[in-house]
Design a protein around this ligand. Structure first.
Ligand code: GLU
Length: 433
């Protein structure tokens, strides 16, 4: 019977390394038709918090995973003490200063890791170690050993940072006569700069990525790719697809570097894949508590604005910067538009504003036609007019298609914003008019 577990400690939010370990366990269980156990390692009463536990459970679900059973180590303290007593009775542990110590025997420990191959542990653990603390709670290695054994784990998939614990746990298994499971140690996730992922280099918790507007499927997809490949240069794969072909033995041995660019690309692909309605629903949910879109915004207008950006986002929070001009008039011209604005085209833009205000059917085809005619009549290349027009309408150097943007903004806004730029040139008023 295949049985694996993910064993988070609720002393912090679910981080990306933990999420990937969880994904690998889930994929392995679902691929083999085995059981996936969630074991909450909340033995540290002081540091374990309900807030963290709730978030871990929520993130696991959000990422698209489910589990078959859940256990809380805090409810099993009696059991650990019972097994500690067995070790005392067998002469393998003893009591000192109100704590129980386990005496390691220095047997050679060797495992056949499913990812890393044969590992021989030459560095022997220290002679003895506390297994039950003064307050009666177990230490990690002991409760982990007892639970993995009693819950009959067939395989332990966990981060490589636990590799030094493995021989200790195996020696405890041996002392208790338990059957030793197989192991698969997953390589660490490194930051782009090298070194371990840390806050300094960006978000480390799943929750922060969610808040930034990353999609669950995209994060799961990217975390998988970090140390496993579906083969054939394939990069976009859902959990459901992955579960059919996932093999723990194919997980890379070497540490993977987290690339924000790659995650952004994958996330953008998942956003593009959404149907317009799915996309709108997703954004509405995302924006719910964000106070970004003014309340008075017309529903139809909101929809058009959001669709304008659909295929151009890497994450939903990009909207806050990129789409702000669609909801607010008080933007200034970005620093990097200075070069464009240095060329005073107020007369030409005036001609454009007048021509555009004469259009009755203000859509992208009509505005483009008029725009090109104006440019030609002034002896300008279209792009000479495109750049300042875009700055006028959005304050930005880059953005969605100019004529699509015009159609969405509507004639009144377009004309008044062009006039604002003219005043900026002619009267030296600031970008806000
Ligand atoms: N609670 C441990 C952790 O969060 C679990 C390690 C293990 O999987 O054995 O790192």
């Amino acid at each position: 019977m295949v049985k694996v577990r993910f064993a988070p400690s609720p002393t912090g939010y679910l981080h990306i390394g933990g999420a990937r370990t969880c994904l690998f366990n889930w994929l392995y269980a679902r691929h083999t038709g085995g059981k996936f156990i969630l074991r909450i390692e909340d033995t540290d009463i002081a540091r374990s918090k309900k807030e963290y536990l709730d978030e871990i459970l929520e993130s696991i679900k959000w990422l698209g995973m489910d589990f078959d059973e859940i256990y809380y180590q805090s409810k099993r303290f009696d059991l650990y003490r019972e097994y500690a007593q067995k070790l005392i009775d067998a002469g393998r542990a003893y009591k000192k200063d109100d704590a129980i110590f386990f005496k390691y025997d220095f047997a050679n420990v060797e495992i056949d890791d499913l990812i890393r191959g044969k590992i021989v542990f030459n560095e022997l653990p220290k002679e003895e170690e506390v297994i039950i603390k003064k307050d009666g709670t177990p230490t990690y290695n002991f409760s982990c050993c007892i639970d993995d054994a009693l819950m009959e784990m067939s395989l332990v998939i966990r981060g490589e940072d636990h590799i030094s614990n493995t021989p200790k746990q195996i020696l405890m298994y041996k002392a208790l006569g338990f059957k030793i499971p197989q192991y698969a140690h997953v390589p660490l996730i490194m930051s782009e700069e090298g070194g371990r992922m840390s806050k300094r280099y960006g978000a480390t918790s799943i929750r922060e990525y969610k808040q930034e507007g990353y999609l669950a499927q995209a994060i799961a997809n990217y975390l998988l790719l970090l140390s496993w490949s579906p083969g054939g240069n394939r990069e976009i794969i859902t959990l459901n697809e992955a579960k059919d072909i996932f093999e723990i033995k194919k997980v890379n041995k070497t540490a993977a570097a987290f690339s924000m660019d790659k995650l952004n690309w994958i996330n953008g692909e998942y956003i593009k894949k959404k149907s317009p309605d799915e996309y709108i629903a997703l954004i509405e949910e995302y924006l719910k508590d964000k106070d970004f879109v003014p309340e008075s915004t017309d529903k139809d207008y909101l929809r058009k604005v959001l669709l304008l950006f659909k295929d151009r986002l890497s994450k939903l929070s990009d909207l806050f910067v990129r789409a702000r001009f669609c909801f607010y008039d008080d933007y200034t011209y970005d620093e990097d538009t200075k070069e464009i604005l240095d060329r005073n085209l107020s007369k030409e833009i005036k001609v454009l504003a007048d021509k555009l205000s004469g259009i009755t059917n203000f859509n992208k085809e009509e505005t483009e036609k008029e725009f090109r005619e104006v440019a030609a009549s002034l002896g300008l290349k279209p792009k000479d007019l495109v750049h300042p027009t875009r700055v006028a309408l959005s304050g930005k150097k880059v953005g969605p298609g100019l004529f699509e943007s015009m159609e969405v903004l509507g004639k009144e806004k377009v004309v008044s914003r062009l006039n604002r730029l003219i005043d900026y040139w002619d009267k030296g008023t600031d970008a806000n008019g």
